[in-house]
Design a protein around this ligand. Structure first.
Ligand SMILES: Nc1ncnc2c1ncn2[C@@H]1O[C@H](COP(=O)(O)OP(=O)(O)OP(=O)(O)O)[C@@H](O)[C@H]1O
Length: 579
């Protein structure tokens, strides 16, 4: 479709660099061609990090341990009392004398009291442990989510985000409780379902329902198999421990019976011994389960902490700001070279220089895959240039506060805007949390969206569905424009903002954009040349650097790459290139 042939991407040597700052991170990109990568070693459990989460729960945990110890003491004491009681009963039965009720009352009452206390203590330590576990896991989940959200964009290039989150959530769950394999497998089946249902239109469009069902069924079957084998394992364990337990009881009665026959042991002592041995047996069984859980929990926890402690290369905030009265919005790319960390051998930009004067519109055109969107991503500081610098009013954007830059200075409107599954009002307000309703209406009017929003029965309270699925492409785009405009950005990036729309929607969106660009520095990443003919400067990107620059008329007059692009596009889309 494009004039310039396939992208010739320079081979960058020695450009590998860690994707994340923290030492020992497994996510490292290197330029050297290595054979099959070695699997990353299992991370070690970070006790110091764990301590941070446990410390706030220390009081509850100590109380739980005390309660548990007290329960254990009672577990030793109760069989002795039980033995005493049996002895009293046996004596009364043997002697047929004395007042049975009077003799039995005292040991029985003491036993009853201890049972009550034991019940209370058991309730106490189990409830406290559950609370500690839940709170530790809850704060770990929150910290994990916060950490993931702070990561560089390149982190998400290297990890499939949805699956990563599902896997880690399972890990936290597992860390809290049990049975790693089964939980991971259940999570895997859920991922397949999530992906298929989340992309239901694509699945439908390719008639892949049967394949997705088959995939899901196979994952569910695997998880069932694992559940069954786990159940089998538990059954074997329980069965064997019952046999052993009963064997111990039988052995105790056998040996105890012979001691009783020789009058070396009373009936009550035998009873105490029986109950005590059962208690010990139960505790041993619990210990073995606890040990297994601890081992699995430590390995799951290690993975969770590993992600939790990753430090992004570009922190979300910190750095200088340009006072609003001094801000012009003059952007310059100085000899910028760049390759994606996940593909270090492909140089996308090479000594790319570009000047975006304040309040002017500069459009970048070029072949598909030529690096146009990459220019926008670098300006947003989603990635850092491998070489060169980008400046805003003469300040290197590396020294500027990223949250100020993204939150207040740069507005970004992409080809496929993603809305959140909430109301239109909240979606627009996402651009400026705390904006008044009046500000939201004003932004929507500027974005040519107010009319269609008010035509909905629920107006601005209309819920747009997951990722904005209940709105048309053009409507979604106009809500996204309102969202970008509400923060009144000095710099606006339009990444092929109208190329996915039909003619009618494109007209409505284009009107909104024409209004939006006034008084701002605008970078347009353009596919359709018809929309950028009025730009102050058009830059043709070829092989990672600027091949031509000028106005539409100048570039046409020169008859170079741009003129060829226009000619080709006119051939492919007759009527598109209205001058
Ligand atoms: N996250 C990424 N990781 C690795 N390589 C990437 C990534 N994003 C883009 N690329 C590669 O970088 C090159 C430039 O991509 P970019 O999206 O900037 O091109 P573009 O000119 O905007 O293309 P189009 O016009 O088709 O949208 C392409 O070869 C692409 O495959």
């Amino acid at each position: 479709m494009w004039l310039v042939g396939p992208a010739v991407l320079g081979m960058g040597a020695g450009l590998g660099r860690p994707l994340c700052c923290q030492g020992g991170s497994p996510i490292v990109a290197t330029a050297t061609t290595t054979p099959a990568p070695e699997p990353a070693p299992e991370p070690a459990f970070d006790w110091a990090e764990f301590w941070k989460f446990l410390r706030p729960q220390l009081l509850a945990l100590s109380a739980a341990v005390m309660f548990a110890l007290a329960t254990a003491l009672l577990n030793v004491r109760i069989p002795l009392l039980l033995g005493e009681l049996v002895n009293v009963v046996a004596r009364c039965a043997q002697e047929h004398a004395g007042n049975y009720l009077r003799d039995v009352r005292q040991p029985a009452l003491r036993l009853l009291l201890l049972y009550g206390l034991q019940g209370l203590l058991t309730f106490g330590y189990i409830a406290l442990l559950a609370q500690v576990g839940e709170r530790v896991a809850g704060s770990m989940r929150k910290a994990l989510f916060t950490s993931l959200l702070r990561q560089d964009v390149m982190f998400f290039d290297a990890n499939r985000t949805g699956q990563l989150v599902t896997r880690l959530t399972a890990d936290v769950q597992e860390f809290k409780s049990s049975f790693k394999l089964v939980i991971s497998q259940v999570a895997k089946a859920t991922e397949v379902a999530d992906e298929a249902l989340g992309n239901v239109r694509t699945v439908r469009a390719f008639a892949m329902e049967d394949r997705e069902v088959a995939l899901y069924c196979s994952e569910v079957d695997r998880s069932s198999q694992m559940n069954e084998s786990l159940g089998l394992g538990i059954a074997v364990f329980q069965g064997l421990s019952n046999v052993v337990l009963n064997g111990i009881v039988l052995g105790t009665i056998f040996v105890g019976g012979s001691l009783m026959a020789g009058e070396d042991l009373s009936a009550g002592d035998l009873m105490s011994f029986l109950v005590a041995s059962q208690t010990v047996q139960r505790s041993m069984a619990n210990l073995s389960i606890l040990f297994g859980q601890a081992v699995r929990g430590l390995s799951a926890g290690a993975r969770v902490f590993e992600f939790m402690t990753l430090e992004p290369a570009v922190s979300l905030c910190g750095g200088s700001q340009i006072p609003s009265h001094a801000l012009l919005g003059h952007i310059c790319f100085h000899d910028v070279s760049f390759c994606y960390p996940t593909r270090p051998s492909c140089q996308v930009l090479r000594n790319f220089s570009l000047n975006l004067p304040p309040c002017k519109t500069v459009a970048i055109v070029g072949q598909s895959g030529g690096g146009k969107s990459t220019v926008a991503a670098l300006l947003e500081r989603f990635y850092e240039p491998t070489q060169g610098a980008i400046t805003l009013d003469g300040c290197d954007i590396c020294t500027l506060d990223p949250s100020w830059l993204r939150g207040q200075i740069i507005g970004f409107i992409s080809q496929e805007p993603v809305l959140f599954g909430t109301t239109i009002m909240e979606n627009i307000r996402f651009g400026k949390p705390g904006a008044t309703d009046a500000e939201v209406y004003a932004a929507a009017q500027l974005a040519n969206a107010d009319g269609f929003i008010r035509s909905f029965p629920e107006g601005y309270s209309t819920v747009v569905g997951e990722r904005g699925v209940m709105l048309s492409g053009g409507q979604k785009q106009r809500v996204a424009i309102a969202r970008a405009l509400i923060k009144n950005p000095s710099v606006l990036i339009l990444d092929e903002a109208t190329s996915a729309l039909d003619a009618e929607s494109e007209k409505a969106v284009q009107e909104a954009l024409d209004r939006a660009v006034a008084g701002r520095t605008v970078l347009v990443i353009a596919h359709r040349l018809s929309t950028i003919q009025g730009a102050d400067l058009i830059v043709v990107l070829s092989r990672g650097c600027v091949a031509e620059a000028g106005t539409h008329a100048e570039l046409l007059r020169r008859g170079g790459l741009y003129a060829e692009l226009v000619r080709r596009q006119a051939q492919e889309q007759p009527g598109a290139e209205r001058s």
